[in-house]
Design a protein around this ligand. Sequence first.
Ligand code: ATP
Length: 226
Amino acid sequence: MSEMLLRCQGVTRHFNLAADEVPVLRGLDLEVQKGEQIAILGASGSGKSTLLHVLGGLDRPNEGQVSLCGQNLTGLSDRQIGRLRNRHLGFVYQFHHLLAEFSALENVMLPLSIARIDSVLACQRATEMLEAVGLGQRLHHRPGELSGGERQRAAVARALVTRPSLVLADEPTGNLDRQTAWHVFELILSLNRRQGAGLVMATHDLELADRMDRRYRLEDGVLRAL
Ligand SMILES: Nc1ncnc2c1ncn2[C@@H]1O[C@H](COP(=O)(O)OP(=O)(O)OP(=O)(O)O)[C@@H](O)[C@H]1O
């Protein structure tokens, strides 16, 4: 039976700059079922990052509603949304955002520590996750001692180590060369499938988007199915 992970209805988001209103999302709808992999394409500035922020509860829409795992975010406080986000979501960005002073292992353990998982178990799960992304030999390297592709793989491990229901990825391979991009992308897809999580990924890359279950173009503030 299908299970709705995310429902986004009539979402509007605009920004006010001086006297101007910049409309970005204009009554946008999207539904994501458990295990579905969805690509969001769109020109630069079309609002892909804005959409992912709204979907992940990092930003609130001006109008419309977002429900995550059956919970409507509208009535929730920032703290409640934060808890929901920690429990259900994983994020991967174009830049890895790993903490420079921490090793790969410590970076991947961090979301587990925040979720108050016992440190021995957290260390075991983070190690397994880093092994799954091919970094079993790099556990104690700091981000500065990893290659660009390795850093992004560590960021993928960090996003998935909590076994989120839904992963939101904002051009996760945008900074990588073609071959490394494919490798990181395949890792995201296969780990996501293995964990049965949903995936919403913003990308400029049509070839990557073709590997996913559904594709949309964000245009004039709404999603058009491709
Ligand atoms: N905080 C903000 N204040 C004002 N305008 C903003 C703000 N955030 C985003 N915008 C505007 O909203 C529009 C969409 O931005 P967004 O970053 O969502 O686009 P994008 O599709 O992710 O672009 P790219 O592919 O280049 O990353 C842009 O015109 C941007 O200038």
